[in-house]
Design a protein around this ligand. Structure first.
Ligand code: MTE
Length: 320
């Protein structure tokens, strides 16, 4: 017998405020706290994206609401962390230099047969859906994003990993000519490319999402076009953008931030209000675009679904 269980993110549709009503200039200014508004750009180049006909994707009813209003697209496309294009939040115009076609993704490591696949061929193999997720940055700000894409599990299935694959390692492009932030200099000394990793169990979890679109169209360059991931229960730095390589590996990958500052950024990075970052509290978060600060929730509120992933790992630094 099928029993319908009401899950955490299934809150009334009315809580999702339509964008035009939600957009309030004063809250916008308060939320961005002085960010350079003049730098705002529209997601104009997405219009010439060959995958644009695939969007909007049908919303998966299990993820139709995140319990908070969807953040206006202007914030998501113009207030970003994408260090390949600079260290400020206003990298959107610089990120327009990102060339998203041709775009190939190498799948290698402990798989039956390594292969490389173009983004449009990958999209043809997948059924796209929309999911509304809360997105919590380690810097204590948050957004609510209508992502489009497919469950990571589907990518793992086509990769056919061998039994000894324990982790999935993701890598972003490394192209200093295209990405000014990767040029030698102050930030050229960062250990590019951006790398992140998950355990196989995390990669197979239903919430782990491969993002190819947002706001009913191909994902904006500033948000990590043409393919990124998002795990809503982890701090945002785990959700690597503009992926060119997915490797199935036996050793735990060391992410770019862990390599730079292991005492502050670890492998697990699960959201926990009770475990402060060494330099600031994680107890609450600024909800961008609202001017509001709200209490942060354990696993960003997704604990009911993901806590079991960490049973037996209590000795690990699960929350940094
Ligand atoms: N991926 C790459 N390649 N480069 C980055 O600088 N920043 C991370 C993550 N993925 C980053 C990245 C951080 S710190 C966060 S909070 C999120 O992307 C931000 O995603 P958003 O700009 O779409 O909100």
């Amino acid at each position: 017998m099928l029993i319908k269980r009401k899950i955490g993110w299934e809150l009334p549709e009315r809580l999702v405020t339509p964008e035009p009503i939600f957009l309030n200039r004063r809250a916008l200014l308060a939320g961005l706290a002085g960010a350079a508004m003049a730098g705002f750009t529209d997601n104009a180049l997405a219009d010439s994206d060959p995958s644009q006909g695939l969007y909007p994707a049908p919303r998966n009813p299990a993820f139709k609401d995140a319990g908070r209003a969807v953040t206006d697209e202007k914030y998501n496309t113009n207030y970003n962390n994408f260090y390949e294009f600079g260290t400020s939040k206003t990298i959107a115009s610089e990120a327009e230099n990102l060339r998203i076609r041709p775009w190939e993704i190498a799948v290698d490591g402990e798989v039956e047969k390594p292969f490389t696949i173009g983004i449009d061929d990958l999209l043809k193999k997948m059924t796209l859906e929309e999911r509304i997720y809360r997105h919590r940055c380690v810097e204590a700000w948050s957004m609510v994003v209508p992502w489009s894409g497919f469950p990571m599990r589907k990518l793992v299935e086509i990769a056919k990993p061998k039994a000894d694959a324990k982790y999935v390692r993701f890598e972003t492009f490394n192209d200093p000519e295209m990405a000014s932030g990767q040029q030698p200099g102050l930030f050229g000394s960062m250990p590019w490319p951006y790398v992140e990793g998950l355990t196989m169990a995390e990669a197979m979890h239903d919430l782990t999402f491969v993002v190819t679109g947002a706001y009913g169209k191909p994902v904006a360059k500033s948000m990590g076009a043409p393919i990124r991931i998002h795990m809503p229960w982890k701090y945002g730095f785990k959700s690597i953008k503009s992926i060119v390589k997915v490797s199935f590996v036996t050793e735990r990958p060391i992410g770019l931030w862990e390599q730079l500052q292991a005492s502050e950024y670890g492998f697990w990075a699960n959201v926990n209000p009770d475990v402060p970052h060494p330099r600031w509290s994680q107890a609450s978060e600024q909800v961008l675009g609202t001017g509001e600060r709200v209490p942060t929730q354990l696993f960003n509120g997704y604990g009911e679904f993901v806590a079991a992933l960490y049973t037996g790992l209590e000795n690990e630094k699960l929350y940094m």
